[in-house]
Design a protein around this ligand. Structure first.
Ligand SMILES: Nc1ncnc2c1ncn2[C@@H]1O[C@H](COP(=O)(O)OP(=O)(O)O)[C@@H](O)[C@H]1O
Ligand SMILES: [Mg+2]
Length: 310
């Protein structure tokens, strides 16, 4: 479970989130949507912990799978090792274990430590780590002959796929993927879809690919109006639900405008006359009814609406 409590975030005059509280549950697959610049990437960084909220707090599980946005960070590492680094606890234990084995002489304390480290490696499936990493790489179309190479020797598109394998590696409790389909071919997108559909933790994903979101999401967390509203269903379901809510607000506004016009008419006719107390009370009512401006929404532009006549 990931919980977000009263989070606010702004850059200069631009408010991205105002007092947002929401949560993300294991077994549900959330698409994070919203217009460009709404704050999807910023929100992802708040969830991963890369960014601290200016106000409020985020509670997240210990083991996170995050798609790294830095393509050069692992250039000096082997491809397989880059994937295994996705499990931080395992990687730290492997590194420390190798350091002890490399010593010319081992103390008793080293021996004790080794026992402890082997325990961690076992718990984290360390003995099958390379084979598990290879399976992920294969699924993402990184051929065997690349697995032993350095990251720096790979092309940009291949690196992104290795970083995606890193995010998926090691059974994370939550997967946070910002635009994972960039640089994937159709086969890899297909593979990723079925991987994510089998995933049992908390999945939160952003994508420009509507079909991809429709193929995996059980929920859509939509960023709009400086807040986040979670809809049940796929991307297309969210658009329909949002359009309905919008029509409802439009209908209510139209009724209010009509009422205001009637009241104003009364005020214009009788304001010079003797019914001043009635005019006064209608003026108050007009103030109360002032139409609240419909908040700007991403489905407001481009917006097509067909009315059914029969
Ligand atoms: N570090 C930053 N400093 C200033 N403004 C930023 C920073 N990061 C993002 N922004 C602004 O915040 C808004 C949201 O950005 P972003 O989260 O990348 O949106 P999205 O991923 O939804 O397109 C944009 O207007 C962007 O220019
Ligand atoms: Mg973004």
């Amino acid at each position: 479970m990931i919980s977000v409590s009263n989070v606010s975030m702004r850059y200069g005059a631009k408010v991205l989130f105002d007092e947002v509280s929401t949560s993300f549950t294991p077994g549900k697959r959330y698409g994070l949507t919203g217009p460009n610049g709404a704050g999807k990437s910023t929100f992802m960084n708040l969830l991963t912990g890369e960014l601290e909220p200016q106000k409020g707090s985020v509670v997240r599980p210990r083991k996170l799978g995050v798609l790294s946005q830095d393509q050069f960070a692992y250039d000096q590492y082997r491809v397989l090792d880059t994937v295994i680094m996705g499990n931080k606890r395992l990687w730290a234990a492997l590194v420390e274990r190798d350091e002890i084995y490399a010593k010319a002489e081992m103390t008793d304390a080293d021996g004790m430590k080794l026992g402890e480290l082997e325990g961690v490696v076992g718990e984290e499936d360390g003995y099958t780590a390379e084979a598990d990493a290879a399976i992920l790489l294969q699924g993402l179309d990184i051929p065997q002959e690349c697995h032993e190479r350095k990251m720096g020797e790979l092309q940009g598109g291949q690196k992104v796929r290795v970083l995606l394998a890193q995010a998926l590696f090691g059974h994370p409790q939550a997967l946070l993927l910002d635009e994972p389909t960039n640089h994937l071919d159709l086969d890899s997108i297909h593979w990723l879809k079925s991987f994510l559909n089998d995933y049992e933790g908390v999945l939160i994903v952003t994508s420009h690919d509507r079909h991809f979101l429709n193929g995996i999401c059980t929920h859509i967390a939509d960023i709009d109006y400086e807040t986040i509203i979670t809809y049940t269903g796929t991307y297309d379901d969210m658009v329909v639900a949002k359009t309905q809510i919008r029509s409802q607000i439009e209908g209510q506004n139209a009724q209010r405008e009509k009422k205001i016009a009637q009241l104003n008419d009364f005020i214009a006719r009788f304001s010079a006359g003797t019914r001043s107390s009635q005019v006064q009370s209608r003026r108050k009512e007009v103030e109360r009814l002032q139409v609240t401006e419909l908040a700007k929404s991403n489905i407001q532009r481009p917006f097509l609406k067909f009315e059914q006549k029969r």
